[in-house]
Design a protein around this ligand. Structure first.
Ligand code: SF4
Length: 269
């Protein structure tokens, strides 16, 4: 039986092209040009993470001017009343086919452009019986900003949005109510205090939203304060900036190196 599963998976995956496929490279170059023209950006802007974050495409109208949307995508975004279900930084959007969905962009696209059923469930939840809080986050938050995922492991939510919103996000149940931005430092401090007072907690996953959306100084602040807590053995940063590699700057690497050299016994990953 496992062999049959493996074969089915291999055949399914082989339908999609890899990022090095020549046609995908051409599409990407075309889209990049189109987006740079739209936002008046230059080649050097493209590799600047702050330019990418300043030009996040999170409204239906702008999205429609850059890519052809499929009927189910239009129905979904219409049902969501453009409520921010969609968010993409220019670099990720440049991986999507501007002339409509096909096997070249299906996998990349499906992660960030929601269809009708998703929007119906997330944004019109009162009309459905679907519970989108799959991880029961509502009942596992001892203080604002913390989810106690496992007895020893907590999630620290330091940012209430992402430059790229994924359809599979476990926080999608609260998308409608989030302020979409930096969480107040007082809230973060109280959450860190809660961790400090709970010696059973040994691991912190810093996530959000996406923590790498924060400034380097805020990231350093978080790491310094959490790593100073004696009972914390491991700190992890949950990020999707793999889709925007330019964010991993020299200065960020320096901060991570400094923290790990100061707190040798702790593991930051
Ligand atoms: S928190 Fe993670 S999964 Fe959720 S939208 Fe942001 S990057 Fe995607």
């Amino acid at each position: 039986m496992p062999d049959i599963y493996a074969k089915t998976i291999r055949e399914g995956i082989s339908r999609y092209k890899t990022g090095t496929h020549p046609q995908l490279k051409l599409n990407h170059a075309d889209m990049k040009k189109l987006i740079l023209e739209k936002f008046g950006g230059s080649e050097s802007d493209w590799k600047d993470p702050s330019w990418q974050l300043a030009n996040v495409i999170n409204d239906f109208e702008t999205l429609k001017t850059l890519i052809k949307l499929e009927e189910d995508e239009i129905a979904g975004l219409t049902a969501a009343e453009n409520g921010g279900t969609v968010s993409n930084h220019p670099h990720y959007l440049s991986l999507i086919n501007k002339d409509g969905r096909n096997d070249l962009d299906r996998a990349v696209r499906a992660q960030v452009i929601p269809g009708f059923r998703y929007c119906q469930n997330v944004y019109n939840n009162n009309n459905t019986t679907v519970n989108m809080d799959f991880m029961d986050e509502k009942n596992s938050q001892p203080v604002e900003g913390i989810t106690r995922r496992y007895p020893q492991i907590v999630i620290l939510k330091v940012f209430d949005s992402c430059p790229q919103i994924c359809v599979y996000c476990q926080r999608n149940w609260e998308l409608k109510t989030l302020d979409r931005g930096k969480v107040a430092i007082e809230t973060i401090d109280k959450a860190i205090d809660w961790i400090r007072l709970n010696s059973e907690i040994t691991e912190v996953l810093i996530t959000g939203g996406d923590p790498l959306t924060l400034t380097d100084s805020r990231i350093e602040y978080l790491l310094r304060h959490i790593s100073a807590i004696k009972h914390i053995e491991r700190i992890r940063i949950g990020t999707r900036f793999v889709t925007l590699p330019f964010r991993i700057t020299e200065s960020l690497i320096k901060i991570l190196k400094n923290i790990t050299s100061l707190e040798k016994e702790k593991f930051v990953s």
